[in-house]
Every structure is written in structure tokens, then in C-alpha cells.
Design a protein around this ligand. Structure first.
Ligand SMILES: [Zn+2]
Length: 310
């Protein structure tokens, strides 16, 4: 049976609490203790099912590749947030508010491997397929890493990359970014569809880029890190792309490729911001330098803004 997205939006938020309350009411005829136990049992079964495994989510989302994005946009997620925000305790998924601590730990709710700020249901369980939507893309890498690593043992280079991954992901996960490691670069996706980003997406990206540069400047590893950062904004194909036997929630398109190339054009501890993103900043920094840069694969030079945070 095919359930329409509109019907899903109405049914799903009430499914878990509805079944649980019905069970509790029936059981209360026997004894209140049994009712509490049955309520907990329902939550114990349904919560990890809904948040840790693909099956339930995948069935509900069948043939609708944009389900998760639509759910955010329609406000459906707000119903989950209303229920879950009362369950103890932090940390919790930043989309649906399901807790990972407290009762979340007891109920085996675990965060997404893509970003521990989100539950698996909100990210990994989204169905296979892509959906065109607006996205902010940030790329960061270690400036001069190839030249630096060529004169050092592979184990030393690997250690440096791990240190970089660790530092960059800790900084980027402070926002609702989805983190991906691409070669020796880190990519962060900012979806304005997420309730916590919306109109502040561009501002959140710039703040993250500045935090990255400051983290590189404060870094106390034997040889200090210097980052190159490129950022872009536009419409890309977002969703679960099949990679061999696995599927991966990612973004594909020109916006992503251009962001990577802007990053390649950045100097040490420099942020290159595409004009499309810069125009969305609520308070564009006055110190930004406006330039046009040649980018591989583009016929015309791209208008960008260059920033060098102090
Ligand atoms: Zn969630």
C-alpha cells in the first residue's frame, strides 16, 4: 500500500505516542504498574527501531527521495521535537531532538556516523536517491600537505591527516553540518532545510570557517597546521548515493566541485567565499577583498571574496 507524503506527515508523528498511550490505557485496567511497564516496553522497541535501523524509516519513505527534506520543510519534524524534547537527556539529535544520553542510551538510540549531532534516522536512513535542494558547501584542507608529506615517512603523514580530521570535525560539528572526509580534505554540508540553520546558514558557515582558522593558529602540534578554506552556495543533488554495497548521504553537483576548487585557490589560513554565499551574509565583513579568480572547468573567472581572519 502506498501512503502519500501528506498522510505520512500526519500519521508518523502520532504513531509512536498513539500506540504507546493506547497500550498504556488498556494495561491500566489491569494495574498501573503494568501500564508503566508496557509504555516503557513500547518506547524501548519503537524508539531504536525508528532511529537506529533503516527498515521502518525506509518503508515509510519508499519512493519519496526527498522525504527527510520535505519533513523538515513541512514542519513535521516539529511534532517529533515536541515529544522528544521532554525526554532526558542531552546530547540529542539536532533535527528531531531524540536524546542520545539518559533514556536515549537505555533505549539504544545512537548518533549517525556522519555526524553525532544527528540520529541515524534523520540522516543515514533517508532513502536511496537524490533531491535537488539548496546547500552550503565548505571544503577545508591542510595547505602545502603534499609537499610537506613527500619528505616524510607515510606513518608521520597519516598521523598528521588524522590530527587534521579530528581538529576540523570537532570545529565543524559545533553547527548542524554533515561532515565527510574526501581524500585529505574535509567537506561540510549545510542544509538550510534544517530547522537549526534556515536563514542563518551563510552566517553559520562563515563563523565555522573563522573557527577553523583560529583552531589552526592555536594548534600546538610539532609543526603548526595552516588551512585553506573554500565555500559555495547553490542548488545541488542531496541524498543517499550508492557507493558499492553501501549508501552514503552526500551532495553531488557543480556547487560541490566549485567549492572544492575555491578551496584549492585559497592561501594559508585564507577563506575564499563565492559571491553567491557572501551575498547571503547578514553582516558581510568589511575587510573582505573582492576578486575574480580563474577556476578549472569554468570559462569565466568567478567573483569571490577573500578573507584572512586575524
Ligand atoms: Zn533525528
Amino acid at each position: 500500500m502506498r501512503i502519500s507524503p501528506k498522510a505520512q506527515a500526519i500519521l508518523i508523528p502520532y504513531l509512536v505516542p498513539g500506540v504507546a498511550i493506547l497500550a498504556a490505557a488498556l494495561m491500566s485496567m489491569q494495574s498501573s504498574l503494568l501500564a508503566v511497564f508496557s509504555l516503557f516496553l513500547m518506547l524501548a522497541i519503537l524508539t531504536p527501531l525508528a532511529h537506529n535501523f533503516d527498515r521502518l524509516g525506509a518503508k515509510m519513505c519508499a519512493k519519496n527521495d526527498g522525504f527527510m527534506l520535505e519533513a523538515c520543510g513541512s514542519g513535521m519534524i516539529s511534532h517529533f521535537r515536541l515529544l522528544y524534547r521532554h525526554l532526558p537527556t542531552n546530547p540529542r539529535c539536532r533535527v528531531c531532538f531524540v536524546p542520545f544520553g539518559g533514556i536515549g542510551r537505555v533505549l539504544w538510540v545512537s548518533p549517525s556516523r556522519k555526524n553525532p549531532n544527528f540520529c541515524r534516522s534523520c540522516i543515514d536512513s533517508s532513502p536511496e536517491g537524490v533531491h535537488d535542494t539548496e546547500v552550503g558547501v565548505l571544503f577545508v584542507d591542510i595547505r602545502g600537505f603534499t609537499a610537506w608529506s613527500s619528505s616524510r615517512p607515510a606513518s608521520v603523514a597519516a598521523e598528521r591527516v588524522s590530527h587534521f580530521y579530528d581538529l576540523a570535525s570537532r570545529v565543524l560539528m559545533q553547527d548542524d553540518a554533515l561532515i565527510e572526509f574526501v581524500g585529505d580534505q574535509v567537506m561540510a554540508l549545510y542544509l538550510p532545510a534544517f530547522p537549526s540553520l534556515r536563514g542563518r546558514t551563510a552566517d553559520a558557515m562563515l563563523q565555522a570557517a573563522e573557527r577553523l582558522v583560529h583552531a589552526a593558529q592555536r594548534d600546538r602540534s610539532p609543526e603548526s597546521l595552516r588551512f585553506g578554506i573554500g565555500m559555495n552556495f547553490g542548488v545541488a543533488s542531496i541524498g543517499n548515493v550508492r557507493k558499492g554495497a553501501q549508501k552514503d548521504f552526500t551532495a553531488v553537483g557543480d556547487v560541490v566541485n566549485t567549492a572544492s576548487r575555491l578551496q584549492a585557490a585559497a592561501g594559508p589560513n585564507e577563506i575564499v567565499v563565492a559571491e553567491t554565499l557572501f551575498e547571503k551574509l547578514t553582516k558581510p565583513p568589511e575587510r573582505a577583498e573582492h576578486r575574480h579568480i580563474e577556476v578549472k572547468g569554468k570559462r569565466e573567472a568567478l567573483p569571490v571574496y577573500i578573507l584572512q581572519p586575524n
